[in-house]
Design a binder for this molecule. Structure first.
Ligand code: NAD
Length: 397
């Protein structure tokens, strides 16, 4: 293990210096970027990445909304920080703006909140040409998207994601929905937004735990699709922890690029899009087993470690790669072990997940760092060994 740590430290130093040289020769990436997302090979919407809200009106104006009503949908926490600023800006381009806020938290992501929003829209006479704007994290985005997909058989919506998780992941790809009873994301629809506007600066008001929660998905993107990005994340560890704006912009841009490429190829999750579920099969089961006391990203980190372990045991990853993947979550305050859990119960929950196909687990493994594959051969024993690997063991015992 000591040898392994020495190799790991050397690798981090090497990556760090390569990165510095890269920056000297190429300079930092310019502030403000745009990605165009295609749907069925046609341009569908832009992802605009900025350091503030100043360009929001400009981007929304392109959707020609002078004669439309806009309903900003948000949660109580985001409203207390960003409501005034966003409202003031939008009033300059649209005369008819209304505002709807619900209490923050995953427990609001249900049909009752959707019902209340339908009533609010009917009360304010929203029709099919009007627009919804989701201002907030993944919960606000998922609910607003679902309302947009279903109200009057579909109206337009804009995503303005304000958490790291929603900026790198949930705002892109058009998956919308709500939880139903104890089942997560059980009711939903695909509905593409008209625009995703990301203000990196909103990440500065996130608390530590929420911030790192989103980082797990960024790490996942590197692991499944882009080893260079994975290495870049490691070499920028300190800057990411310090939330340096240029580095965050690059991180969000590169993650969005990966997610965009995957969802463009498979917008309705018929095949390849499933690789985005790396770390989520066991991760979701732990989330449910822990009764949602751990955050989604924390469970994804645990799920990634277990899946990387199974990849090693199936001789896809080397031992060194497995330990590296495992330990790289640590500097980002993400867990790699969990206190004693009932393994059989977690397996049972895994098997009741949406990712099952006629009793076969559709599991995502790493063929190598930067390349994920869909695997249908993972046995219950292998699943068990992956979960046991992440159970905390006191080395002193
Ligand atoms: P969240 O929306 O609940 O936000 C987390 C907390 O941060 C909330 O209390 C919120 O009020 C607060 N917050 C949001 N922005 C803030 C800011 N800038 N400053 C301070 N506080 C802020 O949670 P999340 O982690 O963003 O999203 C999780 C949800 O996303 C889950 O419901 C998950 O199922 C969903 N999700 C969806 C997809 C998809 O493809 N649709 C993908 C991944 C996750």
């Amino acid at each position: 293990m000591d040898n392994f740590l020495i190799v790991l430290h050397r690798k981090i130093f090497l990556i760090f210096y390569i990165h510095k040289i890269y920056n000297i020769f190429l300079g930092e990436r310019k502030m403000s970027q745009k990605l165009e997302v295609f749907y069925n090979r046609k341009p569908c919407y832009d992802i605009v990445i900025e350091q503030d809200f100043n360009n929001l009106t400009n981007e929304i104006s392109k959707l020609d909304c002078s004669n439309k009503k806009i309903c900003i949908i948000t949660d109580s926490v985001v409203a207390s920080i960003y409501k005034d600023e966003v409202l003031k800006l939008l009033k300059s381009i649209c005369k008819n703006i209304v505002f709807y806020s619900f209490s923050s938290g995953e427990n609001q992501k249900n049909l009752s909140t959707v019902n209340n929003i339908y009533n609010f829209l009917i009360e304010h006479q929203f029709d099919r040409k009007d627009i919804l704007l989701a201002l907030g994290g993944g919960v606000v985005g998922d609910i607003t998207g679902f309302v947009a997909a279903t109200y009057l058989r579909g109206i337009d919506y804009i995503q303005v994601p304000t958490t790291l998780l929603s900026q790198v992941d949930s705002s892109i790809g058009g998956k919308t929905g709500v939880d139903f009873e104890q089942y997560k994301n059980m009711i939903g629809a695909f509905k593409m937004p008209k625009l995703v506007y990301i203000n990196i600066h909103t990440l500065t008001t996130l608390d530590e735990r929420q911030y790192y929660n989103g980082f797990a998905e960024a790490m996942k993107h590197g692991l499944i699709r882009d080893s260079m990005y994975y290495e870049w994340l490691l070499s920028n560890m300190y800057e990411i922890c310090d939330r340096e704006p240029e580095v965050l912009e690059e991180l969000v841009y590169r993650s969005c690029q990966i997610k965009k490429t995957i969802v463009e190829k498979d917008p309705l999750e018929q095949g390849e899009r499933a690789i985005l579920n790396f770390g989520h099969t066991i991760g979701h089961a732990i989330e449910k087993y822990m009764n949602f006391s751990l955050m989604h990203g924390e469970c994804v980190a645990l799920g990634c470690v277990a899946a990387a372990y199974i990849s090693w045991k199936k001789q896809l990853l080397s031992m060194e790669e497995y330990y590296e993947v495992r330990d790289m979550f640590v500097p980002f305050n993400l867990p790699i072990t969990i206190d004693d859990v009932n393994v059989d119960e977690i397996i049972k929950i895994t098997k009741s997940d949406k990712k099952m196909e006629q009793d076969i687990i559709k599991f995502i493994l790493l063929k190598k760092i930067g390349k994920a594959v869909i695997d249908r051969t993972v046995t219950e024993e292998e699943l068990k060994s992956g979960i046991e690997e992440i159970i905390y063991k006191d080395e002193m015992e």
